[in-house]
Design a protein around this ligand. Structure first.
Ligand code: ADP
Ligand code: MG
Length: 790
């Protein structure tokens, strides 16, 4: 806290050429206060200064005589105040004096020479210079420029000034908070980050002040102008912010009305032209008096705004500007008297420090935590309550930051709370385990991944092969059983040899089969492809294609069963018919295309003929275009004839299409029936075999294996049939085939994949052939005996 009286300086304005100098003397004592003596001329004293005194002496901090330059004034008057403001105190410099005494010249400066710059620009320059030099703090600077005219405040930095008259501008009003702090509404605080910006704002404000001025209102002499520099500073990391203000005040002219103080009236009793200066004097008188409790600040806007500067928290300085020519002696004495009173006022300037509430909260929280930790440590008590979600998140963040910090000396500081310490250890352990696992995974992925997959694949293959082996065993058992039965039947067949021509069939089939067995399967399949029944190769091929799990044994049994089935003749006949019809349809389709092309060709010819005739009409107009062209007529008749045959063919094709569709349907039905019959027979055979020789078949697998066979047979044969019938050119019939195939999707879906299609029946081709031959023989005989397909 700095407690000191308001410093008062005097400045004497240089006299004009025509001005008659008053008599005064300046005594600038370096050690103590300076004194100014004003001698009252006799003629003037005779007039209204009738107290017979001839000279008046006034004390000032310093007196700047006429030759004093702006820089000297700045250094003595403004620089100390600016320094205080930079340190965080409030400061005020105000100029008081009659109009034309040099207030504006002192505060703002003259416009002609650079050296005439006044206190404001020099202070700005000085402050920004100092701010730049000081890197220990972060500074922010703002400026405001207020004009008070007729008790109304105006913002000189308001951009609307340029467009409107002073009276139309929004008024700056005073607001007081509960702590009696003054706030100015509608006064803008413009940030100025450097000297240039601040000077620009000053220039703007001064210009606005001049624009608003008219000869009538004489704003510049009757108004007060307050240019304020607001500075806030903060040390990095500190919660303390310092705010300070520097008011640079150019007051209205202090001239008074009554100059004719007759009959013992003192000059001071004359009334101010400017009312607010009167209130300013009242405030100053009140402040100068001891034990005065009430200071009438609120009487005028100016005293309200400058309340802190007068008797408050501020380092205040006043410059009394004097125009000491003969005519202005009385005003000069008045100014000096005012200054003497002001010099009595004591101000108490304090550092305007404030704690940033946000930083304060952070600091206090930290302090509380530290105290809690300390308490826990001293009392030995551990908190048992669970850590809050927020605390856990905080710890996670701390751990993350700690792990990411490359500094080997970094520490994980969570205080002395055991709950937190434990949590950190658990968290770190989890992280370590996690990274270990992922490391291992990465390492082993490269090496063991291969091994594992190979091993797994191998095991699976082995399992499949085992299953397959089991199936084959069961099949062989059925077939061997069948073979034995057939041997018995064979004896009977020999007896009936003459009666049945079937013997040749048997021989034929036997020889064919044996031959087929020896020859490569491809030639066999080509031969058989001509027949309705799908060849063994085809089935094998399909089995591989579809991934069906039908064994060769089962396939062959089905082939034989099919060939010997009673319905197979009907199916065969139908198939032949279908082939015929299909061939016919194909032929008809081709013909139809030919006719269509022919018609198109004829149409083209007619068009050509038209063009020819049109060209002819142009070259020889005598030709009649409307007369019938015999060539065109002929072409038309040809088209008509072709059209007729086209229609006939088209209708026949339609009929054929229907017939083909019908035949396909019939065949599908027959095939399904055949398939079902085979299933029934196959399962019956399996059951018979089980009953006869249970030891031959692995008991655990029998029941599960047979249905599988049946299903794969069903699935495969359906597919093979649709393949056969897909020769149809008709889209619809293909669709029907598809619908039949997909009518049993569950079976298809349940069929497991297999890679065993090339495994032979027993491994011995001779034995296989024998088995098949016997199956065929049995079928043939039974069929011829009229015993059906069993
Ligand atoms: P005020 O603002 O008190 O009415 P001004 O500052 O406008 O007076 O001064 C009136 C005139 O006197 C201006 O033209 C100004 O340039 C001039 N003047 C005032 N003081 C000085 C000075 N110290 N040196 C030179 N000229 C001055
Ligand atoms: Mg002025």
């Amino acid at each position: 806290m700095v407690k000191e009286t308001i410093r008062v300086y005097a400045r004497v304005k240089p006299l004009g050429r025509r001005q008659q100098a008053g008599i005064y003397s300046v005594d600038n004592d370096e050690k103590s206060l300076s004194s100014l003596e004003i001698i009252v001329p006799r003629d003037l004293a005779d007039g209204f200064v009738n107290n017979k005194r001839e000279s008046y002496k006034f004390k000032f901090q310093k007196i700047f005589d006429q030759e004093a330059k702006q820089d000297v004034v700045f250094d003595s008057v403004a620089k100390p105040v600016a320094e205080c403001v930079l340190a965080g105190y409030n400061g005020t410099i105000f100029a008081y004096g009659q109009t034309g005494s040099g207030k504006t010249f002192t505060i703002t400066g003259g416009a002609e020479r650079y050296s005439d710059r006044g206190i404001i620009p020099r202070t700005l320059s000085y402050i920004f210079d100092q701010l730049q030099k000081d890197s220990s703090k972060v500074y922010t600077t703002h400026v405001s420029y207020l004009e008070i005219y007729n008790e109304c405040g105006y913002d000189l930095l308001d951009s609307r000034h340029e467009a409107s008259r002073l009276e139309d501008m929004p008024k700056v009003t005073i607001m007081e908070d509960p702590d009696q702090n003054i706030h100015l509404k509608n006064l803008s605080l413009q940030q100025a980050t450097n000297e240039e910006e601040a000077l620009n704002l000053l220039f703007l404000g001064d210009t606005n002040r001049m624009i608003a001025e008219t000869p009538m209102n004489q704003a510049s002499t009757r108004s007060h102008c307050i240019f304020t520099i607001h500075i806030s500073s903060k040390e990095p990391g500190s919660a303390t912010i310092r705010h300070s203000k520097l008011h640079l005040v150019d007051l209205a002219g202090s001239e008074r009305v009554a100059k004719t103080g007759v009959g013992g009236h003192l000059l001071t009793e004359a009334k101010y032209i400017n009312l607010s200066l009167h209130y300013l004097e009242q405030v100053i008188i009140a402040l100068a008096e001891k034990n005065r409790s009430h200071i009438p600040y609120r009487n005028s806007m100016m005293t309200s705004v400058l309340r802190d500067s007068l008797g408050g928290n501020c380092m205040t300085t006043m410059i009394a500007t004097l125009s000491i020519d003969k005519r202005n002696i009385d005003e000069s004495i008045s100014t000096c008297r005012f200054a003497q009173r002001v010099a009595l006022i004591k101000n108490e300037a304090v550092l305007n420090e404030e704690i940033d509430p946000r930083l304060m909260i952070v600091q206090l929280k930290k302090e509380i935590q530290e105290l809690k930790d300390e308490l826990a440590l001293v009392t030995g008590k551990q908190r048992t309550s669970e850590l809050s979600q927020e605390e856990l998140l905080q710890l996670d963040e701390l751990i993350e930051a700690f792990l990411e910090d490359n500094d080997p000396d970094s520490i994980l500081d969570v205080g002395v709370d055991m709950r937190k310490i434990k949590y950190c250890f658990i968290h770190l352990k989890q992280l370590m385990n996690h990274s270990k696992i992922s490391d291992k995974k990465l390492l082993s992925q490269h090496t063991s991944n291969k091994k594992d997959s190979n091993k797994e694949a191998g095991e699976e293959e082995l399992k499949k092969l085992k299953e397959l082996l089991q199936q084959r065993d069961n099949e062989i058992n059925i077939l061997v059983n069948m073979l034995k039965k057939e041997k018995k039947a064979q004896n009977a067949v020999f007896h009936l040899n003459d009666a049945f021509a079937g013997s040749t069939v048997l021989e034929q089939s036997l020889s064919v089969n044996l031959e087929e067995r020896k020859s490569p399967s491809s030639s066999f399949s080509l031969k058989e492809a001509e027949n309705f029944s799908s060849s063994l190769h085809r089935l094998t091929f399909l089995s591989r294609e579809t991934g069906g799990k039908m064994s060769l044994g089962c396939q062959e049994a089905f082939e034989v069963f099919k060939r010997d089935h009673a319905d197979s003749i009907t199916i065969d006949d139908n198939n032949q018919l279908l082939k015929q019809r299909f061939a016919e349809a194909k032929c008809l389709g081709e013909k139809l295309n030919e006719v269509r092309n022919k018609i198109n060709h004829l149409k083209g010819k007619i068009t050509q003929r038209h063009i020819q005739r049109a060209a002819l009409a142009v070259s020889s107009p005598s030709e009649e275009l409307n007369t019938l062209d015999p060539v065109e007529e002929k072409l038309r008749t040809q088209i008509e004839e072709e059209k007729k045959s086209y229609k006939t063919m088209f209708n026949r094709l339609k009929e054929l299409k229907l017939e083909i569709e019908h035949l396909q349907l019939l065949m599908e039905k027959g095939k399904v029936k055949l398939q079902k019959d085979f299933e029934v027979w196959w399962s019956e055979e399996a059951i018979n075999l089980q009953q006869e020789k249970p030891e031959m078949i692995s008991s655990t697998n029998t029941m599960t294996v047979y249905p599988q066979f049946i299903k794969s047979v069903q699935h495969l044969s359906t597919d093979s049939f649709s393949e056969t019938t897909r020769v149809s050119p008709n889209e619809d019939s293909a669709g029907k085939n598809n619908s039949i195939t997909s009518s049993n999707p569950s079976l298809k879906a349940r069929t497991p994949p297999s890679s065993s299609t090339s495994i032979p029946l027993t491994g011995d081709s001779q034995a296989d052939a024998d088995i098949l031959a016997f199956i065929k023989a049995r079928q043939n005989i039974l069929q011829k005996k009229g015993l059906g397909n069993k």
